[in-house]
Design a protein around this ligand. Structure first.
Ligand code: DMJ
Length: 450
């Protein structure tokens, strides 16, 4: 297998960064390209398969939530694509069904749908979006309230309220604080925030004596099902992120102190320096014994989180570790071993995490480094993953040419190009001082609606 960062083929990266307005226009054009592909082949369905021109049901076979429309709505609004905003919001008002008779993954429903509807409401001011959001959240709540520990089940049937999936990874348990906190604030009903905060508290209470967390919990017994600490990689990644984002949005000092306690332990036991680069290893949460050196591309979001939480020196080194890989092979594999360089999963799921960190660190520092490297990421996307029908995942980035898959994940409409656009566009609808985005790139604070 090819070593990470040495996958064959690479685009000629432009040495000079074009003017900001020119990059912003390029980004907007690429977003439109993807959006037109979705509309043409899959309007009203969850996701488009842009190569075959077919559709994909994300949550449950035979059911649609119009996921890509919900994911795209605030991006369309921020990009001032107003001819697209109204049809998208109209579709949600007319067709979005929060009561389908199917088992729905609670985590994905919260970050994509609850978050998307909240952001859509904040951007457009249309009350029906908040009403749909509230109904959906009410139908998700049994996952929390039926659990003897308050740790949510993984799945809930939105029609019947039946719950299932009793062993859950931490990201799925705890990636809900900002969405549920904001919903409580907007509706005046504290039950959403109460459920989310209780779940986070139950997790933190189960930390080891080293202040490390495991990977997954049995939500019925409250016992750990996997005691490997794999932060900041999945499937715990956004649990850490949401302690910080939640503390920021809700002004909650307890969440902040939990984040600091847990992040300090990750830095102490899991951070490893290799050749001037930072990576995070897997350890036993009780002893700190090293169990593995796998790095997932999803972990690259952590550079931005480190920066937001005040550790800019570590954020910079970790971001540059990813940049070094990207400059050798602009379309990264999903997972690799950072000690041997061996690729463990050669797919690319059209992921946004590196761009997310570029955006966060650019906002914090104003440094041109982040615009330059974000533009290189953008060039890699266009070179490797653009197809006539939009943008697609890849099934193998180690081949030349890259072997393409056939899916535009919903998050692509919410994240990758939104981060880039906001960096280059001086977007009048985004409040750069207070703006806050969720783990799914949803605008939860800072919509300028004058
Ligand atoms: C998105 O759904 C979110 O960014 C989430 O936090 C992690 N996974 C995907 C994108 O990779």
């Amino acid at each position: 297998m090819a070593a990470a960062g040495t996958a064959a083929g690479r685009p000629a990266l432009a040495a000079d960064l074009p003017a900001d307005a020119a990059v912003a226009q390029q980004v907007k054009d690429e977003f439109r390209h993807g959006w037109e592909g979705y509309k043409r082949a899959a309007w009203g369905y969850d996701e488009v398969r842009p190569v075959s021109g077919t559709r994909h049901d994300f949550f449950a076979s035979g059911h649609t939530f119009g996921l890509s429309i919900v994911e795209a709505l605030d991006t369309l609004w921020l990009m001032e694509l107003d001819d697209e905003v109204k049809p998208a919001a109209d579709w949600i008002e007319a067709h979005f069904d929060p009561a389908v008779d199917a088992d729905i993954q609670v985590f994905e429903a919260v970050i994509r749908l609850v978050g998307g509807l909240l952001a859509g409401y904040l951007c457009t001011g249309r009350p029906a979006l908040l009403a749909r959001c509230r109904e959906l959240a009410d139908r998700l709540l049994p996952a929390f309230t039926k659990s003897p520990t308050g740790l949510p089940y993984r799945y809930v049937n939105l029609r019947t309220g039946a719950v299932s999936g009793s062993v859950s990874p931490l990201a799925e348990i705890g990636t809900n604080l900002p969405e549920f906190g904001l919903l409580s604030r907007l509706t005046g009903d504290g039950k959403y925030l109460d459920a989310a905060k209780r779940a986070a508290r139950e997790v933190v209470a189960r930390r080891s004596s080293l202040d490390l967390l495991g990977t997954s919990l049995d939500v019925e017994s409250g016992r750990w099902a996997d005691t490997t600490s794999c932060a900041p990689n999945p499937p715990v990644d956004s649990f850490y992120e949401y302690l910080w984002v939640g503390s920021d949005l809700l002004g909650d000092g307890e969440l902040r102190s939990w984040y600091r306690l847990l992040a300090a332990a990750v830095a102490k036991y899991q951070l490893e320096e290799q050749g001037g680069h930072y990576w995070y290893r897997q350890v036993d949460f009780a002893t700190g014994e090293v169990l593995g050196r796998e790095q997932s591309e999803l972990g690259s979001f952590y550079a931005g989180l480190l920066g937001k939480a005040g550790d800019l020196p570590s954020a910079r080194v970790y971001y540059r570790s990813w940049t070094a890989l990207m400059q050798r092979a602009p379309v990264l594999p999903e997972r690799f071993d950072f000690l041997t360089g061996q690729v463990l999963d050669a797919r690319n799921e059209l992921r946004p995490e590196y761009a997310n960190s570029a955006f966060d660190l650019w906002r914090l520092t104003g440094s041109a480094e982040y615009k330059q490297t974000a533009y290189q990421y953008f060039q890699g996307l266009r070179w490797g993953l653009k197809v006539p029908g939009g943008y697609t995942i890849a099934t193998d980035v180690s081949t030349s040419p890259i072997r393409l898959g056939d899916l535009t994940p919903g998050y692509w409409f919410a994240e990758n190009l939104k981060y880039l656009y906001l960096m280059f566009a001086a977007a009048p609808r985004f409040d750069y001082r207070t703006g806050l985005l969720s783990t799914e790139g949803k605008l939860l604070r800072g919509a300028n609606r004058t």
